[in-house]
Design a protein around this ligand. Structure first.
Ligand code: EPU
Length: 357
């Protein structure tokens, strides 16, 4: 057999066996936006459902923990990971249906979220422009019902496909089954660790309604001289606001908001307002009030404070940063200190939005 045909047979063998390369003892520094230098004992990249199921069916990994990683933008590693870490690189974006008003756009979970936003803007499809520049992948979006500048994913969500990690069958979830809440979903509660989100289908509008309820959007549109309202203009405004307030993880390690904004009852809020007249609060449909954790953290004196290699960001106290070679447990220790002082000053518990591993 000539060398070329040996090569071809080998490639055919790899394709048939859905061979996925396993790397051992690999640094995860480039795979998490905090830039924490921990190691994964085993690391693989899945580029298709077939590669993923081949990996999950392999007896070698049955006895050890398996973890999935998208953009690594919502995770804080405090130690090495002793199992198999699977990087999701399953990609593709395509419309699956449309009517006079909507296009149903399906995106695979390994796509970068902002790439999907840009794709929608290119096609003049409205609904996710306010969610521009949110770091992370499409798969992470329903997991925590991403939200920003007056819009949440649940408003444009149509359905998703998820691989059941027990049966290795793909199941379809509609919005109701996903149990979306503020930075919450079924996949962070009962479904935690049981599913791998494979694709997300969004219902995007051909005749978008613009959402400029979040005050700074209109001001920024004016500042940027955007005279005509369009999804592209809103996206530009959101990108501008984010860039001016939130540190770029490529420059300074961070995972966006470290804590969720806590919700309190209306009575508790009135009591807080009596004691702290300037405390902001947003009334929710269920009568509760969302209180910005960033404001409380700032009032506790943490904003812009640096402790060793970590700190609370100077422009947004809710964002904890890695100034250089911070260890994950150093950042976590700071988070606990901040949590404690908010508890002491306001009698409110703030919980991490970021997954601490
Ligand atoms: N505030 C302060 N000091 C701070 C930060 C905020 O006083 O250091 C005050 C602001 O002045 C404002 C209020 O807190 O009155 C809310 O601040 P902001 O509009 O910046 O929003 P946030 O509640 O701190 C949330 C999301 C962000 C999202 C923005 C805009 C959460 C946990 N965070 O932040 O999402 O970009 O709203 O919609 O809900 C993320 O999840 O990673 C993220 C960045």
């Amino acid at each position: 057999m000539c060398r070329k045909s040996i090569c071809q047979s080998f490639i055919a063998f790899l394709q048939q066996s859905k061979f996925v390369q396993i790397l051992e003892n690999i640094s995860l520094k480039a795979y998490n936006t905090f830039g924490i230098d921990v190691k994964a004992a085993h690391f693989a990249e899945a580029r298709s459902l077939e590669e993923l199921t081949a990996l999950l069916s392999d007896a070698r990994w049955k006895a050890m923990p398996v973890m999935f990683l998208g953009g690594g933008s919502n995770v804080l590693f405090t130690r090495d990971f002793a199992g198999l870490l699977i990087k999701n690189s399953i990609k593709g974006i395509h419309p699956i249906a449309e009517d006079d008003h909507y296009v149903f756009l399906k995106a695979y979970s390994g796509e970068i979220w902002h790439e999907l936003v840009l794709h929608a803007i290119e096609q003049n499809l409205g609904g996710i422009e306010n969610l521009s520049l949110i770091p992370g992948t499409v798969g992470a979006a329903p997991m925590q019902n991403i939200g920003a500048y007056g819009v949440e994913l649940k408003g444009v969500f149509y359905c998703l496909e998820a691989l059941n990690l027990q049966t290795l069958h793909v199941e379809i979830f509609e919005a109701e089954q996903c149990q979306f809440g503020y930075r919450e979903s079924f996949f962070k509660k009962e479904g935690k660790g049981k599913y791998f989100i494979l694709s997300v289908t969004l219902k995007l509008s051909k005749h978008p309604k613009f959402n400029t309820t979040y005050g700074a959007i209109q001001t920024t549109l004016d500042e940027l001289g955007e005279k005509e309202l369009s999804i592209r203009a809103i996206s530009r405004a959101v990108v501008h606001i984010r860039n001016s307030k939130l540190p770029n993880p490529a420059v300074i390690g961070n995972a966006g908001s470290f804590f969720k904004n806590p919700e309190v009852s209306a009575e508790e809020y009135i009591a807080l307002k009596n004691e702290f007249p300037n405390i902001p609060g947003y009334y929710l449909e269920d009568g509760k009030v969302k209180v910005p954790a960033g404001w409380m953290i700032e009032q506790c004196g943490w904003k812009g404070k640096r402790i060793g290699n970590t700190g609370s960001h100077k422009d947004q106290a809710l964002v904890l940063v890695n100034y250089g070679d911070a260890q994950g447990d150093e950042i976590y220790a700071l988070a606990l200190e901040i949590q404690k002082s908010v508890q002491e000053k306001f009698d409110i518990t703030i919980s991490p939005e970021v997954n601490v591993i």
